[in-house]
Design a protein around this ligand. Structure first.
Ligand SMILES: Nc1ncnc2c1ncn2[C@@H]1O[C@H](COP(=O)(O)OP(=O)(O)O)[C@@H](O)[C@H]1O
Ligand SMILES: [Mg+2]
Length: 987
């Protein structure tokens, strides 16, 4: 070994296998100055740069790197250790794995130098001239002998002498990359160098393909060996399934051609997320066997030749890129989803175009253009590698400046495991190109990649797995359903039985519920019944209590009435005595008159006889005339006395009847006080059945309805003071007469039913003397005669059977005359009573009104202050009020005004008020029109006021009836309500 060689050896002392170790790679683009100056001292300088540490050998595995030197535990740098045989593969594989696991320069680009042997021709021409390139494989060193005195030495990861076999090159440089690809790393194996230096030989040599491709394989290049390894290793791997696919492309000038289909335009695409490089447009051919692959290479080679012929180009002018994609699917762990994650890695095997300079080759025309394009892409590659070497991956790398660098983006400065083989020729004429190739290799040594496992989820596989799971689960579900159906089938009879039992139970329950409900209903009914009974009893009790108190009140009233009757009876008896005495005296007068008449007759008889005898005829005649006139006078007197006797007898008998009636009444009252009778005395509407004495001193209408106590009367004084009405605007209507109506009153009002016993005498009198005689007595001068006669007429008028006859026989003018001519109050009162009695009869009511009876009694009422006279008048009007045919006349002649006048008199008497209220009730009950007349003419306030009376009286009852009749017509509701409110009856 020459001295410079020894110096080199010293310079590489870091390497434990050698005295020196690798020379400096500190400035890879320039040979170390030590070497240039042949100065061995430069070795230390180189080692001092410390960059050797990055140059880690591939090949040491069990031969542990020395701990000596600045590299420390790490291997010092490219080693010249003997290459291992292929038996070391597995171990190396592990080493590589370890590298990938994170050692500092695991991602550094590995660079090897391969020296081409001289061809036989070259050898013949060159003789034994020393190669311009000297290799020291054991030191991984290359020495470029520039001249006899100058040489540059370079350390690399590996250096292959011209005798190195294809196998060794592959094992050393490419195999670790292939193993990385199978582990999931991207990989690149690339050949660089001048044309003719053996790049294609190294990469693409197909070897001996005789005997169906199974001839001598020693010459096979990296491509075949790599794919052979991939197929074998993946077939052996039991942990995963693999898919291998290849694309084969040629980069010519600035275009990428698909070598598997000349028609395809191919592009380069970088995934923005994963930075994965792909070649869309290039045929992706699946490879399962070596034959598949050899076919592909043949096809590619053919296309390449055709393409180059077309372009009149040489293959050395284009870059060829073989991309082998390996997909690794781990064999499924049961049910695990991780199995769907595939590892995808890509191995690029790149055979670059020749790196010689264009100018030197003297190209022209297209060749020049070609050369420029090729130079351009190689220049850009050089620029990228320079930048990466000097500034690291963070700097801006001009990948995008050429297609080639875009394709190789992951190989330099990316995530791939990359090996570069720099081919150099042995001849001196290659010196310059070899030098620049070595410098390229030196710079590439410094490129660090960040190794990265490539994994992706294979969604198709995942979907298939999930589908399989779904199928399995569906199967399970189906089985479960089947089991369930069987169970259900087994349970069915039991279920039916249970259902039947349930139904029975429900039925029993329903029956029980119904029974309970029935019992409850019965119980409720009973309770309700008892409640109702209790309420009934309670209300009955209340009613009885009120009845008792009312009876007590009635008893009190009747007692006081009995006292009155007793007094009246005494008066009647006295009157009877008087009458009897008077009759006796009259009878005495009559019998004396009779005696005198007899005497006179006797005298006449004597005178006649004397005449007959002729003695003193004239004198006798005078005597006879005298006697005759005396007799006439006597007879007349006698007649008058007889009539008086007759009249008095009648009157006496009436009085007797009245007295006996009073006695009976008294008796009845006494009895009713003890025993009790109807709680309510019958009202005027249904007839005054309580009767009233018809004696001369009382009115025939004495008790036309219950009589209110005097205290009550007092309390009602001034009751109507608030209803001052303007009489003047109601007056002056008396002349209008309503059309006579055929209607009788609906319910003739009997004010006074004279006692039958009493009336029997009157009736007898009536039968004996006849009505004209009785009416004649009404015109007598003697007021007593008139009084008695009018009493007789009044009593006759109380009986229905006489009423029409009285009217027919001219009773009305006689009565009018009595009222007109008489100043005696009793006479006028009784005459008014007679008219009132006649007014009970529907048949005569219209006649009464048209005859002016109504007017007459109204006038009478205005003239008198007598309560009983007013009562008669009011009763008469009340009787007429019930007849709708005469209601208009009642209104126009002031009947209603008269009633209202009674109601608001100075000291209104309950008897009068009772008749007034009855009149209103009679009026109101006819129809809506009647009610309307009442309301419109201002009667309602009186009715309401009567109704407001606190004690239960005839007045209140009649008023309540009147309100009830008025309220039957809804149109008056509001008026009734308003009036009640006005009078404070309502809130
Ligand atoms: N290591 C080698 N051993 C034997 N012959 C070689 C070797 N390297 C190259 N050759 C031969 O040299 C010639 C040129 O090689 P080639 O691979 O075509 O060069 P390049 O592809 O770099 O242009 C070919 O005939 C090839 O067989
Ligand atoms: Mg070539």
């Amino acid at each position: 070994m020459s001295s410079w060689a020894k110096q080199l050896g010293r310079a590489g002392r870091n390497n434990n296998d050698n005295e020196g170790g690798p020379p400096s790679a500190g400035r890879p683009d320039r040979p170390s100055s030590a070497l240039r100056t042949r100065g061995g001292a430069k070795g230390s300088q180189a080692s001092g740069a410390g960059r050797e540490a990055e140059h880690r050998a591939f090949l040491f595995d069990d031969a542990a790197p020395s701990g000596a030197g600045a590299g420390g535990g790490r291997s010092g740098g490219p080693s010249g250790a003997p290459l291992r045989p292929s038996s070391a593969l597995r171990t190396r594989h592990k080493t590589t794995s370890r590298d990938a696991g994170g050692e500092k320069d695991a991602g550094r680009v590995r660079v090897a130098i391969r020296l081409r042997p001289k061809t036989p021709q070259e050898r013949a021409e060159d003789g034994d001239a020393a190669s311009v390139v000297e290799v020291v494989p054991e030191m991984s060193r290359v020495v470029l002998r520039k001249s006899q005195w100058e040489a540059d030495a370079y350390n690399f990861d590996s250096v292959f002498a011209e005798t190195s076999s294809q196998a060794r090159v592959y094992e050393t440089l490419a195999r670790p990359v292939v193993e990385g690809v199978l582990e999931g790393f991207n990989g690149t194996v690339m050949a660089y160098g001048q044309t003719g230096t053996g790049k294609t030989h190294t990469m693409g040599n197909l070897g001996d393909l005789t005997t169906n491709g199974k001839g001598d394989t020693a010459d096979r290049g990296v491509m075949l060996r790599a794919v052979d390894d991939i197929i074998n290793l993946t077939t052996d791997d039991e942990t995963a399934n693999f898919k291998i696919a290849v694309q084969y492309m040629q980069v010519y000038m600035s275009a990428i051609k698909d070598l598997l289909d000349a028609n395809n335009e191919v592009d380069v695409r970088e995934d923005p997320k994963t930075n994965e490089i792909s070649f869309p447009g290039a045929t992706n051919a699946e490879v399962k066997t070596m034959n598949d692959f050899i076919d592909i290479l043949h096809r590619g080679e053919e296309n390449r030749i055709v393409a180059n012929q077309k372009l009149n180009s040489a293959s050395s002018r284009s870059h060829s890129v073989l991309a082998i994609t390996v997909r690794r699917y781990p064999k499924e762990a049961k049910g695990g989803l991780a199995s769907a994650t595939a590892r995808i890695s890509k191995l690029l095997i790149v055979d670059l175009a020749g790196s010689e300079r264009v100018t030197k080759s003297g190209s022209e025309g297209q060749l020049l253009e070609e050369a420029k394009a090729i130079n351009l892409s190689l220049t850009v590659l050089g620029k990228c590698i320079n930048t990466l070497a000097e500034s690291g991956n963070g700097a801006h790398i001009p990948y995008r400046e050429s297609k080639l660098t875009r394709m190789l983006r992951d190989s330099f400065g990316g995530s791939a495991k990359t090996s570069l083989i720099v081919c150099v020729g042995p001849l001196r004429k290659h010196l310059s190109e070899s030098g620049s190739s070595l410098l390229f290799g030196q710079r590439a040594l410094k490129v660090e990649n960040a190794l990265k496992l490539r994994e992706e989820v294979d969604y198709q596989l995942l979907a298939r797995q999930l589908q399989r799971q779904v199928d399995e689960l569906a199967g399970e579900v189906e089985r479960a359903h089947k089991t369930e159906a069987e169970a259900v089938a087994r349970l069915k009879p039991a279920e039916a039985a249970a259902r039947a039992a349930e139904a029975q139970l429900k039925e029993a329950g329903d029956r029980t519920s119904a029974a309970i409900a029935k019992l409850n209903a019965e119980k409720d009914n009973e309770i309700e019944h008892y409640r109702a009974s209790a309420a009934d009893l309670s209300s009955r009790n209340t009613q009885l209590e009120s009845e008792v108190s009312m009876l007590e009140r009635q008893l009190q009233e009747q007692k006081s009435k009995a006292g009155n009757i007793a007094g009246e009876k005494g008066e009647m008896e006295a009157e009877n005595d008087r009458l009897r005495k008077r009759i006796e005296s009259l009878e005495a007068s009559v019998s004396s008159a009779k005696a005198e008449a007899a005497r006179t007759a006797d005298a006449m008889k004597a005178a006649s006889m004397m005449l007959k005898e002729g003695e003193g005829a004239a004198a006798l005649q005078v005597e006879v005339e005298n006697l005759r006139s005396q007799l006439d006078v006597k007879a007349k007197a006698l007649n008058e006395s007889s009539l008086e006797v007759q009249r008095l007898s009648g009157e006496l008998s009436i009085s007797n009847g009245t007295v006996s009636k009073m006695q009976r009444e008294l008796q009845t009252l006494k009895e009713s006080g003890a025993v009790g009778s109807s709680p309510f005395p019958r009202g005027g509407d249904t007839g005054g059945d309580t009767g009233s004495p018809t004696s001369s001193s009382t009115s025939p209408m004495a008790s036309g309805g219950g009589s209110d106590g005097s205290s009550q009367t007092k309390s009602k004084r001034g009751l109507f003071s608030m209803f001052k009405r303007n009489k003047s605007d109601k007056g002056g209507k008396g002349d209008s007469s309503g059309p006579p109506s055929p209607h009788a009153p609906r319910s003739p009002l009997v004010i006074n039913a004279p006692p039958k016993t009493g009336n029997d005498a009157v009736t007898r009198l009536f039968d004996q003397v006849g009505l004209p005689t009785i009416f004649g007595l009404l015109s007598y001068d003697d007021p007593d005669v008139r009084l008695h006669a009018i009493k007789v007429v009044a009593n006759l008028a109380a009986e229905e059977r006489h009423q029409e006859e009285i009217v027919r026989e001219g009773g009305l003018p006689a009565l009018y005359k009595v009222i007109h001519s008489s100043t005696d109050e009793a006479t006028r009162r009784i005459a008014a009573g007679a008219i009132a009695n006649l007014a009970m009869n529907e048949g005569v009511q219209e006649r009464l009104v048209s005859d002016g009876a109504l007017k007459l009694v109204i006038n009478l009422a205005e003239m008198t202050d007598d309560i009983q006279t007013k009562r008669m008048v009011a009763g008469g009007i009340a009787n007429l009020c019930g007849n709708p045919a005469v209601q208009p006349r009642i209104l126009s002649e002031g009947g209603l005004d008269c009633l209202m006048g009674f109601a608001e008199g100075e000291e209104p008497h309950p008897d009068v008020q009772s008749q007034v209220a009855r009149g209103f009730a009679n009026f109101a009950k006819c129809d809506a029109q009647s009610a309307k007349i009442l309301v419109q003419n201002g009667c309602l306030p009186y009715i309401i006021a009567f109704s407001a009376m606190t004690s239960l009286t005839q007045v209140k009852r009649h008023a309540d009836m009147a309100i009830a009749y008025i309220s039957m017509h809804s149109e008056f509701h509001s008026e009734v309500m308003d009036e009640k409110r006005k009078q404070g009856m309502m809130a």
